[in-house]
Design a protein around this ligand. Structure first.
Ligand code: DGJ
Length: 721
């Protein structure tokens, strides 16, 4: 055999080996199949219910994409701008010579336990792209991210750098989005996706989820429903600008691209550096969004939420009670109230710092993290001690990424502020954002936490606020590379949070952003909980908590009892907050003895039932979006204990009231049904109270827990006998 024949045999067999490559990525119930096509391009051939082991994955069909002469075979997993696929791409790169595209070819892949790594390469330019797929088999969640590297000498810019592209095929698609605003977080809205594109995104930098939350659901073939149908649910782990693009192409294929928002973020990537995209997480449930939500809640509790297995502290916050108007005496009196109430912790909110410009309102002092001497002459150590004497732990509010122009910090370090040169500055809440791209600023922000902790090692909790989006978008540190700002800001933030987590692993932290302006799952890898909304009107909270429950576990969702909507009883307000991580932000002295007694009793019950309240086994039984009632249920994983929360909002005259059919119980077992958290001296009038039923009865017949009473609520404990 000649050398030439040998070589051609070698190339042919290599080519055939590459062509035959089939990669399966599977959880217990979902499977994604990728194949290398005849042009060495990596394509998706399947995404759906897990296939049997006997299925020949090579038989999966690869359509042709693109215009006839240059079409590629299959739906490319990471399509690049400028190649044969004319739809929205996942990746866009401008090489040092100005060439605006790359063709990514399969090189090899490895599977190591639950992680599949696939290497792609441009054969003409020194550019490598690595795709990662991590599966969480039990929770049926797939995590995807990408790494991009180049070795070119000149300047290389990334125009797009998505984390994932998913293709789905059905006759119809229905998108559910979670819109947002201050005091209107997680409002659910649905629409059918027709030909063309729908984009959900954020371009606010910090406080990124102020106007749109980073979650979506797509009903595949039928509108999203609670217990039936196939639904794709996804979220991006990125505490900054996100973008989800849903494009129905001319073959009716739905293309879902998820990643960091590339708008105004053309990124200059240095030679040999690696750009890691954000993490995209998705589940494909064929039992509706109810099952999808439980998967996400389980995954958060098992893998993602910081300190998920540790306890959480009930608390009394002073924000709505005092706002900026407090002194030592007032605070110490509030410690007494916290003790009397029976909560674990007192949380001191905004307004404790600044001397040259004391923080007496939101116009000054932000950035000057020294205690206001005139207000708190004995400093934070005195407050920590006094709280301890009252038997409560101490927590404190910070907003370390931000600064008022009226502050010593802004005067001393104007070069640390994100602001446009030679333009009038736009102030959001009278403040500006610090340039976290700058390592010196990162040190400063870390120092805010570190200094407080060094001086007060007994601080147990911090509420980390972030009230402004990034305005006046120009980083003095990045100079001509302004396209890197939005991405490097978030990386700077993670750098700080990594250091905080490492040095203070026992510190509990609330992620807060002018209400629920930060709510992403990556943030919750650093924070133990998040503030869902400044809107604590319990009626509105029913909707907001219903929205977050699609992805978030109760343990992470801070829910406080306040004075919003005084038309509702204290019981109604507490019963709504009881569903999440319970806290109070209310002047207790204004409450009647009976109301105070109710709160004390409710906290005791909450402490007794934490394991049930925080179980990820969650069922939405009656939707507030469909009438004047809301009923939800939690069950412990062993099905021995359950809680039902029932709320009547504004029932219509003589409307039909159906029993709530419970879910997730053991059909064979017997359960005692008992209404708990009754106002002092009241008896339950629920017909099911104190009766024993089989799980089968409770799930098929149900119990009457709603009524014609306006603003009534019930918490019902279901215990296996
Ligand atoms: C916005 C937060 O959402 C509130 O709870 C409170 O902490 C204020 N900021 C303080 O300025």
């Amino acid at each position: 055999m000649t050398k030439r024949t040998l070589l051609s045999i070698f190339f042919c067999s290599t080519f055939l080996a590459l062509w035959a490559q089939t990669i399966s990525i599977a959880t217990n119930n979902t499977q994604m199949v990728l194949q290398v096509n005849s042009q060495q391009r990596l394509c998706q051939t399947y995404l759906g219910e897990r296939l049997s082991e006997q299925t020949n994955l090579e038989q999966l069909y690869m359509p042709l994409v693109g215009l006839s002469s240059s079409c590629i075979q299959g739906l490319e997993v990471y399509p690049v701008m400028g190649t044969e696929d004319y739809y929205e791409p996942t990746f866009e790169i401008r090489h040092a010579d100005g060439n605006p595209t790359s063709v990514l070819k399969y090189v090899n892949h490895t599977t190591d336990g639950n992680l599949t790594t696939i290497h792609l390469r441009d054969e003409v330019y020194p550019v490598e792209v690595t795709l990662y797929y991590k599966v969480f088999p039990e929770e049926d969640i797939i995590q995807q991210w990408t790494e991009i590297t180049h070795h070119e000498k000149g300047k290389v810019y990334l125009g797009r750098y998505a984390s994932s592209m998913l293709y789905l095929e059905a006759t119809n698609y229905y998108l559910t989005e979670f819109t947002s605003d201050w005091a209107k977080e997680m409002q659910i809205q649905s629409q059918e996706l027709k030909f063309g594109k729908k984009v959900l995104d954020s371009r606010l930098g910090a406080r990124a989820n102020f106007m749109a939350q980073p979650f979506f659901e797509v009903g595949i073939g039928s509108p999203v429903s609670e217990d039936e149908g196939t639904v794709l649910m996804g979220t991006l782990g990125w505490t900054g600008n996100f973008r989800f693009t849903f494009e129905v192409d001319n073959q009716r294929v739905l293309r879902v691209i998820s990643g960091i928002n590339h708008d105004a973020s053309t990124y200059l990537l240095k030679k040999d550096d690696t750009f890691r995209t954000a993490d995209f997480y998705f589940t494909l449930s064929n039992k509706g969004v109810g099952e999808g939500s439980r998967r996400f809640q389980r995954w958060m509790m098992n893998h993602q939420l910081h300190k998920a297995k540790d306890d959480r502290m009930t608390l009394l916050n002073n924000w709505e009670n005092t706002y900026f108007d407090f002194d030592e005496e007032k605070l110490v009196a509030l410690f007494g109230e916290a003790k009397d109430l029976g909560v674990d912790l007192f949380l001191l909110d905004d307004g404790w710092f600044g001397n040259k410009y004391p923080r007496k309102d939101d116009r000054a002092g932000l950035g000057d993290w020294q205690v206001t001497q005139s207000k708190l002459p004995n400093g934070i150590p005195y407050l920590v001690r006094k709280a301890k004497e009252n038997g409560v732990a101490f927590g404190i509010w910070i907003e370390p990424e931000m600064v008022n122009p009226k502050s010593e910090l802004a005067e001393k370090h104007p070069e640390w502020l994100i602001q446009l040169p030679s333009r009038d500055t736009y102030y959001f809440r009278h403040q500006m954002v610090l340039d976290l791209c700058n390592p010196e600023v990162q040190d400063f922000v870390f120092g805010v936490v570190d200094n407080l902790m060094q001086e007060n090692p007994e601080i147990r909790f911090m509420k980390w606020d972030c009230n402004s989006p990034i305005t006046n978008i120009y980083s003095p540190y990045l100079k001509e590379n302004q396209g890197n700002l939005y991405v490097d800001y978030v990386r700077g933030l993670y750098n700080v949070l990594d250091r905080v987590k490492e040095k203070y692993p026992d510190l509990y932290m609330m992620m807060c952003s002018g209400g629920g302006g930060r709510s992403d799952v990556r943030g919750l890898n650093y924070f133990t909980e998040f503030w869902c909304s400044d809107n604590t009107d319990p009626i509105e909270r029913i909707f907001i908590q219903w929205g977050y429950s699609h992805f978030m576990p109760a343990k992470a969702m801070c829910a406080h009892v306040t004075e919003w909507n005084r038309q509702t009883s204290i019981k109604f307000r507490v019963d709504v907050a009881f569903q999440g991580k319970l806290g109070f932000d209310i002047g207790l002295r204004n409450l009647s003895d009976e109301d105070r007694q109710y709160c004390r009793q409710a906290i005791k019950e909450y402490n007794r039932l934490k394991d049930v309240v925080w179980s990820p086994e969650f069922y939405r039984l009656v939707s507030p979006y469909e009438g004047q009632h809301c009923v939800v249920q939690r069950v412990t994983p062993d099905k021995s204990h359950s809680l039902v929360f029932a709320y009547d909002i504004n029932p219509r005259y003589s409307e039909m009231l159906l029993p709530a059919r419970l879910k997730g119980l053991d059909a064979e077992a017997k359960y005692r049904v008992k209404e708990i958290c009754l106002m002092p001296g009241r008896q339950s009038w629920l017909s099911c109270n104190d009766k024993v039923y089989t799980g089968d009865y409770l799930m098929k017949v149900g119990i009457k827990v709603t009524s014609y009473n306006k603003l009534d609520s019930h918490i019902i404990e279901i215990t296996k006998e």
